[in-house]
Ligand binder design. Structure first.
Ligand code: IVH
Length: 725
């Protein structure tokens, strides 16, 4: 098909005379017919490029070539304003700033969907719809699954293929007219691309024109993760510069804010996107099925989501829903579920609707990752390093299927930045394994009774005056024997990744510190049966078990002891690095900050923190006590035995088939490398097993090389072969 054919030849060219918003000065020069032809040719080429790029995701020309076409067209139109048409690709951004949006009545109401939250809900829905149409067991109902895009629904009216107006859903009957803003969305064609006659004949149904006389096309406007990040970063910079900008809590809010902008030139700078998936009023066209609708939309140049599946039964629908529960993480935009529709329109019509929802469709919702709740109070937690952390105590809510009742507020600066007050309604989020956090305050829900939180000046545990060094965000309790600190330190010392002392739970940690039996973790090793027995709910059996496991921990590997000390900035990995490098606690203790900082993977801050820890009188006393009690850590056996992978960081993701993930990580460490749980620019390789999800996607984004399990093993074997013996 030539580009000229792509131009909407079926549509009468709307010229300036017909359009009221573009004025032509009287003195303008007149264009020759060849200039007019060139303008039309350019528009056709630009429209085709838009179609290939947005609808088919298969661009044929470069961005630069596209920009050149647009530039040439713009110049010609500037020169010959009489050639400007309202639907020209140059006319997307108007200059009118509106104060309010006018109402837009939908010809056919925009319905909403019933929700399903489980497989049971889906089967119940299917049973009901089968009953409604009187389908027996043999009658196959065909479904189509689509992703449920998390954006704003819009309705777009095209008359004879030309975009004339568009609005928000509003109350379903009447929405707001946001035509000018919608015009700025690059993925939305101003003209439907006429379908070739041959294709119409193929699709079976008789249609007289290549586009419908009138159609309300419905879909979802959304914002990609990348664009969301871009505008928030830009806005943050502005905030720093002039105290102006605001950031959005999630892509959906950003899309909503952008779509309802009073100034379309601002909307144009937010690269919104759209997927079309439904129809309202329609004259002069008929669709046989939802699948036919999507295919036709695509041919008209409308953007449709490619991740659809026609399903022969509800079991296939269930499989699609569970498949996308993990796959959704690697999409570049948010979805909040799957929409399941009965595919044949004949059946849809038969099923009809109940109140505001069709019987022929249902939304299968994934558990929400962001939920609203209320801040009941703000508590202070004293950590093992003495940091005072404000914690929001929330009215418990289920977030992504897990009850959440607390969220960290980090520090005073963070509370001030988010302006979280006691009594506020807030949006909380849980992403992956991350601790729940407050995303934003719903300011519109404020009643005026909310209370601003002030950080205490005294430690809530021991009453010592707290300190907050200039330029630091963290407030600390300086008292080395603050009971809260002692308790946290002891809890950390006995925990699984540290000295792994079985039998001592949170309750015992509390008892041991509150009774003063343990002031620092070294006191554990001098505990006696007589001291333990008087504790509440403590029998001889339990006490003996605790004492045995304490004794058993005396010979834990050195790395564990280093980690158990709870030195600031020292995690499990740094502990292993230090143990492998120094070999004994004495050598580590004797190292200078310079020597520490020279160790591979130990930064200056960490080195200084270690130096400060060992220089402190409390640490020295405790280490002497540990030694006297016979704590003799074994030197690290699992530490690097070779250094073929030195300086390399690996992330394993997905299911490995030839070894467990733990074994793979141990192998990397054994060869001097590092295994990490998250992908960053520092990652050297991502090893992707079966069903690798977001980590692999992140690796691709950051251009981190990805290996299969086999490739990884080959690489290891090769390195070993070439290693000097
Ligand atoms: S069909 C009558 N399909 O979900 C059927 N809706 O909870 C109309 N949505 O208001 C909706 N993706 O904003 C449909 N592929 C999709 C969708 C979708 C997102 C939204 C839409 C609708 C809401 C219903």
């Amino acid at each position: 098909m030539s580009t000229a054919e792509v131009a909407n030849s079926a549509l009468p060219a709307q010229t300036v005379a017909e359009s009221t918003d573009i004025a032509v000065p009287e003195y303008a020069p007149r264009a020759t017919s060849s200039e007019q032809e060139r303008v039309e040719e350019l528009r056709a080429q630009i429209n085709r490029a838009n179609y290939l790029y947005h609808a088919l995701d298969a661009p044929e020309i470069s961005d630069a070539a596209y920009d050149n076409l647009l530039k040439e067209l713009r110049e010609l139109e500037e020169h010959f304003p009489e050639l400007v048409t309202a639907d020209s690709p140059t006319q997307r951004v108007g200059s009118d700033v509106v104060t309010t949006f006018s109402e837009l009545r939908h010809r056919i109401p925009m319905l909403s969907l019933d929700n399903a939250f489980s497989t049971g809900d889906l089967t119940a829905w299917e049973e009901k719809l089968r009953r409604t149409i009187g389908a027996d067991a043999q009658f196959a109902v065909e479904y189509i699954c689509e992703l449920k895009i998390d954006g704003l629904s819009v309705s777009l009216t095209y008359e004879n293929g030309r975009f004339v107006k568009g609005g928000t859903r509003g109350n379903g009957e009447v929405g707001e007219d946001i035509t000018l803003n919608l015009r700025t969305i690059a993925a939305l064609p101003m003209n439907l691309r006429p379908i070739e006659e041959a294709n119409i004949a193929e699709s079976g149904s008789a249609k007289s024109a290549t586009v419908p006389a009138l159609i309300e096309i419905r879909g979802e406007v959304f914002m990609s993760h990348r664009e969301f990040q871009r505008i928030n970063e830009e806005s943050e910079e502005k905030t720093e510069e002039k105290g102006g900008g605001r950031t959005f809590a999630n892509p959906r809010n950003a899309a909503a804010g952008s779509l309802r902008q009073k100034d379309p030139s601002i909307t144009a700078t937010r690269r919104l996107d759209v997927f079309l998936y439904a129809v309202g009023a329609c004259e002069g066209w008929e669709f046989d099925s939802q699948y036919d609708l999507l295919r036709t939309y695509r041919e008209w140049g409308l953007r449709t989501n490619p991740n659809i599946q026609v399903c022969a039964n509800i079991a296939e629908v269930v499989a699609f829903c569970s498949e996308w529960e993990t796959k959704k993480e690697s999409l570049p935009y948010d979805i909040d579920g799957v929409v399941i529709k009965v595919n044949p329109f004949l059946l849809q019509r038969e099923l009809g609707q109940v109140s505001r929802s069709p019987r022929w469709a249902i939304a299968y919702k994934y558990p929400a990752l962001q939920v609203r709740t209320r801040v009941e109070r703000i508590d202070i937690q004293v950590g093992r390093t003495g940091a005072l952390t404000p914690v929001a105590i929330l009215t418990p809510v289920a977030v992504a299927g897990v009850m959440v009742g607390r969220a960290t507020l980090h520090n005073q600066d963070e509370i001030a930045r988010k302006d979280v007050r006691v009594g506020d309604t807030v949006v909380v989020q849980r992403a992956g394994e991350v601790i729940p956090e407050i995303v934003e305050v719903v300011v519109s829900e404020r009643t005026g009774t909310e209370e601003v939180f002030v950080m205490p000046t005294k430690c809530p545990s021991c009453g010592t005056a707290v300190t907050k060094p200039e330029g630091e965000a963290v407030t600390r309790c300086p008292n080395p024997i603050c009971p809260a600190k002692v308790e946290q330190r002891l809890g950390h010392f006995v925990s699984r990744g540290a000295m792994d002392i079985e039998g001592i739970g949170d309750r015992h940690v509390e008892q041991l510190t509150q009774t003063g039996l343990v002031v620092d973790p070294a006191d554990l090793y001098t505990l006696t049966l007589e001291q333990l027995l008087p504790l509440e709910r403590m029998g001889e059996k339990l006490a003996t078990k605790i004492l045995d496991s304490i004794a058993g921990s005396k010979t834990r590997p050195l790395a564990r002891l280093i980690f158990a000390l709870g030195i600031r900035h020292i995690g499990e990995h740094s502990s292993e690095v230090l143990a492998a490098h120094f070999g004994t606690l004495e050598k580590l203790q004797a190292a200078t900050v310079e020597e520490l900082a020279a160790v591979f993977e130990i930064g200056r801050t960490t080195a200084e923190s270690i130096g400060a820890y060992f220089a402190g009188p409390t640490a020295q006393a405790m280490l002497a006590k540990l030694k006297a009690a016979g704590v003799e850590p074994t030197s690290n056996t699992a530490a690097a035995l070779s250094d073929e992978l030195k300086g390399k960081t690996f992330v394993f993701t997905g299911t490995l088939t030839r070894m467990t993930r733990e074994d793979a990580e141990a192998l990397v460490k054994h060869m001097g490398g590092r295994a990490s749980g998250s992908v960053s620019k520092q990652t050297s390789y991502v090893v992707a097993g079966d069903k690798a999800g977001s980590k692999l996607a992140r690796a691709q984004e950051l251009k981190v090389p990805a290996l299969t399990e086999d490739e990884f093993l080959e690489m290891v074997a090769e390195l070993r072969e070439n290693a000097p013996t």
